[in-house]
Design a protein around this ligand. Structure first.
Ligand SMILES: Nc1ncnc2c1ncn2[C@@H]1O[C@H](COP(=O)(O)OP(=O)(O)OP(=O)(O)O)[C@@H](O)[C@H]1O
Ligand SMILES: [Mg+2]
Length: 285
């Protein structure tokens, strides 16, 4: 690999593994996960509920420590702990996440505008007038205005809150943005608006996106390549167009068949899904 290439590699993940122990049972949430993300790249992570998507997202931002494997962010290992203000800011600048539940990234006690203002201040925008202008610009990008800026998180609709959380993450201007089902709850027109915004920002700034979703249509719209997780393991990792037109693994075929459409047959999908599981599921005895 050339030096130039390595400088443009935002994320390099190798051999990630994470197990959880609940009582006597152990769940391998993520196993042997490897991928890399270039500047301006967008990787989709798809899989059914419980396949390890959120666990992966949490490891990428250091909220969860892997049992094995390595995460390099812009060539530097993701430190297991961050101490001190400078290190915390540097990590925030490297990777931001927007969760499915926007309450996790918004402060319930202060207005959306104040939250974004605080983020901008933390990341070095000293001039209040410049911050106010930037705050309005960020909110406008996600389709929010003065009223939403003055509102507390609980005074907004779910979709408005989700867009506010996206604006807050973008305020940091991170190298990598991880979205964990972050647009799933939005209605189609707002979803399209946010997806367009992400594409624009990606093109203009070279931000890297890790896009976690169960919705293949959305993944197709945003991502160049996608990785299919099944029980924590990577079934395939290929360009999205290829994955959709020629799914290689039975699980991917099933994932595609699970998208509701006129000739949709939920019963046959449930049966095919059960057939994929090993006869005695791990953790069952
Ligand atoms: N804190 C935890 N303690 C114990 N087990 C956990 C914990 N977090 C996740 N798990 C388990 O790890 C597996 C992967 O969970 P994860 O949340 O990553 O799935 P997911 O793909 O994000 O699912 P969903 O689409 O439902 O959000 C699941 O079996 C889950 O029960
Ligand atoms: Mg999840």
């Amino acid at each position: 690999m050339t030096v130039e290439n390595s400088a443009r590699t935002l994320l390099r993940v190798s051999g990630l593994r994470k197990t959880y122990r609940t009582g006597k049972t152990e769940v391998v949430a993520v196993d042997g996960l490897s991928f890399s993300l270039q500047a301006g790249g967008a990787l989709g992570i798809v899989g059914e509920s419980g396949s390890g998507k959120t666990t992966t997202a949490r490891m990428l931002i250091g909220l969860e420590r892997p049992d094995a494997g390595q995460i390099l962010v812009q060539g530097e290992p993701l430190a297991p702990t961050v101490r001190g203000r400078a290190a915390r800011l540097a990590r925030a600048k490297a990777v931001q996440i927007v969760f499915q539940d926007p309450y996790l990234s918004l402060d319930a006690r202060i207005t959306i505008g104040a939250t974004i203002d605080g983020t901008l201040r933390l990341h070095g925008l000293a001039d209040p007038a410049t911050r106010a202008a930037r705050m309005r610009e960020l909110l406008a990008q996600v389709g929010l205005g003065e009223r939403e800026a003055a509102a507390l998180p609980r005074e907004l609709s779910g979709g408005q809150r989700q867009r506010a959380a996206i604006a807050r993450a973008l305020a940091v201007e991170p190298a990598v943005l991880v979205l964990d089902e972050a647009v799933s709850a939005l209605d189609v027109s707002v979803q399209a608006q946010v997806l367009n915004l992400l594409s624009d920002i990606r093109r203009d700034t070279g931000i890297g996106l890790v896009f976690v979703s169960h919705d293949l249509a959305v993944v197709r719209y945003v991502c160049d390549e996608a990785l299919v997780l099944y029980r924590g393991r990577t079934m395939e990792h290929r360009p999205v167009a290829e994955l959709l037109s020629d799914p290689g693994h039975p699980y991917t075929q099933l994932l595609l068949a699970s998208v509701p459409r006129p000739d949709w047959d939920p019963d046959s999908i449930s049966r095919r899904r059960r057939e994929l599981d090993p006869p005695a599921a791990e953790g069952a005895g």
